[in-house]
Design a protein around this ligand. Structure first.
Ligand SMILES: [Zn+2]
Length: 353
């Protein structure tokens, strides 16, 4: 016991709480009064959230008999004159109403948008972005863009992002841009986990059409990286295919997901001199990745077997390995692609599992 010391008289004298003594307690408690239970639920507003408490207090009059021995003195020689047994318990939970996407846009809350999107499916994000009005969606682009771009590059970025977000199936790019930094730095166009690198001299000169392809493509590398996406040929092929299938103006019918993926494999073999560029299905895809890839597959006239490494490789070996990629793209490559794609489509082993 602390905060007192025992006097020889058997009384206690108050002392600093750091001062303690040992006591031997041997007490028997007996409930005597009626058990009284009080408490219940209560709700209190806290910062726009609600704190819900459930409390219970149980109490009954009681008597205590026994001894409290300290320093050889019994501090409790008589039966208790006034005692009660009581138990108190309380639980509390805080519930906050989920902020809507429109709220987060008004609050200019980029991190809030990232947290809002994280637990949602692609379909849910797309639906909520599509439900915004045009002014809100335009503002959404301004809120999520994180970049060191100068005014001209920024204008093109925002215009491009708005065109992408206006597509009902591409609303989920709002999530990609909420976690991706767009760095303007010399060295072409490059996208990786949470980070894009765009040349500040090349970017502002792009047409709106080409800017959309570049931004959709490079941003998709960020998505792939953070969603267990594929490496190598299919990483590249999926980024090409989502850009072409989303904005198909000027796309030749032979430009499919297979052309983008196998064409990349052959580009590395025939032009870059690397015959071992990976050709693999995604090893550990997130639910979001599968959702997006299923849609890409539904749009894909070539029915690329994107979800099986075995099929990807088998069909490449059967119909594509004999082609030469180091030729004129439109005059020679695409006609040979059309032929390989037709053969592949007739082969039941060459479609997604
Ligand atoms: Zn790429």
């Amino acid at each position: 016991m602390c905060g007192a010391k025992v006097l020889h008289s058997g009384r206690l004298k108050a002392r600093p709480s750091s001062e303690c003594f040992d006591a031997k307690v041997d007490m028997r408690w007996t409930g005597t009064g009626e058990l009284v239970i009080v408490g219940g639920p209560s709700d209190t507003p806290v910062d726009g959230c609600t704190e819900h408490r459930e409390s219970t207090s149980q109490r009954r009059l009681a008597s205590a008999q026994g001894s409290v021995l300290a320093g050889g003195v019994n501090l409790a020689p008589y039966p208790s004159s006034n005692a009660a047994l009581s138990v108190f318990s309380e639980t509390s939970t805080l519930t906050c109403p989920e902020k809507t996407l429109a709220d987060l846009i008004v609050a200019n809350d980029r991190t809030g948008i990232r947290d809002w999107a994280a637990p949602k499916t692609i379909a849910e994000i797309n639906a909520e972005v599509a439900a915004l009005d045009a002014a809100q969606r335009d503002q959404l682009a301004s809120v999520i863009l994180d970049s060191n771009a100068d005014a001209a590059s920024r204008d093109l970025l925002l215009r491009t992002m708005r065109a992408v977000l206006a597509k009902p199936d591409l609303g989920f790019y709002a999530e990609i841009w909420s976690y991706t930094y767009i760095e303007m730095v010399e060295g072409g166009f490059f996208g990786t986990c949470g980070h894009l690198f765009l040349s500040p001299t090349a970017w502002p000169g792009l047409s709106d059409h080409d800017a959309r392809w570049v931004l959709i493509h490079e941003s998709f590398h960020s998505f792939n990286c953070l969603n267990g996406g594929p490496i190598g040929s299919l990483n590249e092929g999926s980024a090409i295919w989502i850009a072409k299938s989303s904005f198909p103006e000027g796309v030749d019918p032979a430009e499919t997901w297979a052309e983008a993926t196998y064409g990349t494999k052959l580009y590395y073999r025939d032009i870059a001199g690397n015959p071992d560029f990976p050709l693999e299905a995604p090893a550990a895809p997130s639910g979001k990745l599968i959702e997006v890839y299923q849609r890409l597959s539904a749009l894909d006239p070539s029915q690329l077997p994107w979800n099986s490494t075995e099929r990807l490789v088998t069909c490449f070996d059967r119909y594509w390995a004999g082609l030469d990629r180091n030729v004129d793209f439109f005059a020679v490559w695409l006609p040979s692609v059309a032929q390989a794609t037709a053969q592949m489509l007739a082969d039941p082993d060459c479609r997604p599992v």
